[in-house]
Design a protein around this ligand. Sequence first.
Ligand code: DGL
Length: 258
Amino acid sequence: MTIGFFDSGIGGLTVLEESLRRLPAQDYLYMADTLHVPYGPKAEDEVKSYIMDTVEKMMAEGLEALVVACNTATSIAVNELRERYSLPIVGMEPAVKPAVEMNRATGKRVLVFATALTLQMPKYYALVSRVDDGGIVDSLPLPELVQFCEALQFDRKVLGDYFREKLSGYDLDDYGIVVLGCTHYPFYTNILQEILPSHIQIVNGNAGTIRRLSALLSRYGVASGRGSGKVKFMCTGGEQAYIDKMQTALTLLRENKL
Ligand code: DGL
């Protein structure tokens, strides 16, 4: 039996990489919805039907647990998925709460990067209004970053120009934390670190997600230690070239070569 990881594309590999480090004795199935990536610029109902179809395909493989390794998909469909399936399901949300708490003492602002769809969903508004009592959270969609990532574009000059342009309207001295609220974005943590002033911390929700997965596996009595860290890659379009790309991207993450 296997733990399923699902994303529109290769972004969820940043979450899988965390899981492979923390839970190496599990086996994994990683599914990318290559027929419909990217989700971020599309309409909610359209994306919801892609998610439900893709997860149905994954379930046919026999999963023990599911990680929705995509902030956009979580905000749109995690409730429906939990209603439809009885296995443990872990979703993701931008790490706004820890970021606000970490920043309380400094008086600095928090900048959240996520897809346009995540940022416009009621779940995100509810999260920010719950935790941002001081009104310190700003949000910025970075749709091109998903496209760069899907093309394995990690060139420092290209990305440097891109980030500088996107951030040109912000006084970065005002910010203490950048939250990566899309699972594609941690591919760019090192590049961002080179561009942002050194006082800005970059956080994502991957470690918290895998801690929740680990706790859920124990609670549901799913044995730990039956697998060997094997990863089976699938994609809705079935393209072998994409499966090769996923393997390359996971290796880049695991060897910290980004
Ligand atoms: N990786 C995704 C997320 O965490 C979605 C990217 C996309 O398909 O636009 O939100």
